[in-house]
Design a protein around this ligand. Structure first.
Ligand code: BEZ
Length: 252
């Protein structure tokens, strides 16, 4: 999926994406100086964190806007523009790391992406990642589907959220040995009084392309947000009903 990011808002209001990524990075078990590819590095915040752990980091992302921020904020790191499903590196790396990226890739492109990761790794290299797992944001997507329907539109959920079993099979088919898998709920607090509406605008705009009038888009979002209040607004704060799939696999 090709997304045009509002890179500044992403960086200022959705910092939780990389803050949660710190826990994923802890699965990396490699000595200082190891080479790490941060796949889908976005604004480079986690590439920087990995560099602070002593790794030699390269970030790769398809978004020109996010890469511009990454290069400005972390000028001593290497950032490459590339497609996660169609990339190659000059030299293989010890670790491929990725946070909150793979659910953006269509299910039928996942094997291409995993093939690129496999070829980018040295033998015994580590592949450590987290993505949205099965049922991620279920309340949000079910509510939007209902409200789209009420307005006469069909809601196409644009993400791929696999189960542990499904993704383990893909990893094994690509040649990896799965050594760790965790699947867990994580209610994630959003910033500000319009937190949920802003989240929908930032991350779930693709389904709205079928809605022609701007006022109708706003009305659909407002109605969905109102319906979600009882489940996702607590003690004055908005939350998103995240479910995570965190895994580690080794290139055999
Ligand atoms: C996620 O990190 O799970 C996610 C973020 C934005 C949209 C969909 C999923």
């Amino acid at each position: 999926m090709n997304i045009q990011w509002d890179a500044d808002t992403y960086t200022s209001d959705f910092a939780f994406v990389h803050q949660y990524g710190k826990g994923v990075a802890e699965l990396i078990d490699a000595p200082k100086g190891s080479s790490v590819l941060d796949l889908g590095c976005g604004n480079g915040a986690l590439s920087h964190l990995l560099q602070e752990r002593g790794f030699s980091v390269t970030g790769l992302d398809a978004s020109t806007e996010l890469l511009a921020i990454a290069k400005k904020n972390y000028p001593d790191l290497t950032f490459l523009k590339g497609d996660t499903t169609d990339f190659s590196l000059k030299e293989p790396v010890d670790v491929v790391f990725s946070n909150a990226v793979f659910h953006w890739i269509d299910e039928n492109r996942q094997p291409d992406m995993l093939g690129c990761v496999y070829r980018a790794l040295k033998k015994n290299g580590q592949f450590v990642f987290e993505m949205g797992g099965y049922g991620n944001n279920r309340l949000i997507h079910e509510t939007l589907r209902r409200v789209f329907g009420a307005y006469g539109y069909s809601y196409q959920m644009p993400f791929y959220f696999p189960t542990v079993g499904e993704y383990a099979v893909l990893l094994e088919k690509a040649g990896f040995r799965v050594v760790f898998a965790a699947y867990f709920d994580r209610m994630t607090d959003l910033k500000g009084p319009e937190g949920l509406k802003e989240w929908i605008k930032m991350f779930d705009k693709t389904p709205f392309s079928v809605v022609k009038k701007e006022e109708e888009k706003e009305a659909i979002m407002d109605q969905a947000v109102r319906q979600l209040e009882k489940d996702l607004f607590r003690n004055g704060k908005w939350y998103a009903d995240y479910v995570r799939l965190r895994m580690k696999a080794i290139k055999e």
